[in-house]
Design a protein around this ligand. Structure first.
Ligand SMILES: [Zn+2]
Length: 210
């Protein structure tokens, strides 16, 4: 059945940035393939918000900030386990820019996250301590949105945690699967889809959005 986005629906486009696309520092396989899908979807939404991973140099989530550590290892930090990543999305760098073909001029807000050196932020709503809000929940409520459609990179990290937090914040949530790509660290894509089912987060294909 077709879904027709209305005035209380927001399209949340997560982290479609050069570093998450092939050739970038933390490339998601096929990451660039979401760009035309998202551009076409965005035309069906009156309201769009973009998120941008936006780290200072020397960010705690970078393996390079911890001597003897390599990317994709997990360490314990103040708020629990943290996967270490290659340096990526450094503020003002070319890698932090949106993919050059992303074309959503009517997006109303760019929500930057991950700018505190000592806290990573996968979710667009809360940083990885699960307590520090980004302000997006308040923005969406004040604007009167009730349903969030979520797309972007990476499915099993920033899209996943944004979707879970949107539910926690009381929004209806729809993830558009073929407008996302995953990194898949140790089965994380399968775990993500299972979690979506448990939480009542709908997963649909772009073709169902009219
Ligand atoms: Zn990051």
């Amino acid at each position: 059945m077709a879904i027709v986005p209305g005035d209380s629906d927001i399209l949340l486009v997560v982290d479609v940035q050069n570093d998450f696309c092939p050739g970038g520092n933390l490339a998601v396989p096929g990451g660039h393939e979401v760009v035309p899908v998202i551009n076409a979807l965005a035309l069906r939404f009156q309201h769009v918000v973009l998120t941008q991973d936006w780290h200072p140099a020397g960010h705690q989530s970078f393996a390079s900030s911890h001597s003897g550590r390599k990317p994709y290892e997990t360490i314990e930090v103040a708020y629990g386990p943290q996967i270490l990543w290659p340096d990526h999305c450094i503020q003002g760098s070319a890698g932090a820019e949106f993919h050059g073909d992303l074309d959503i001029p009517h997006a109303a807000l760019v929500m930057r996250k991950g700018f505190r050196r000592a806290i990573d932020s996968y979710s667009a709503f809360y940083e990885n301590d699960r307590k520090t809000p980004t302000g997006l929940g308040g923005y969406l409520r004040e604007r009167g949105f009730t349903r969030a459609f979520i797309v972007g990179l990476a499915l099993d990290f920033c899209v996943r945690y944004s979707a879970e937090d949107a539910r926690r914040e009381g929004f209806d949530v729809v993830v558009i699967e073929d407008a996302c790509r995953g990194i898949d660290v140790a089965g994380s894509v399968a775990a993500t889809m299972k979690r979506f089912t448990q939480l009542g987060i709908a997963a649909v294909k772009a073709g169902t959005i009219a």
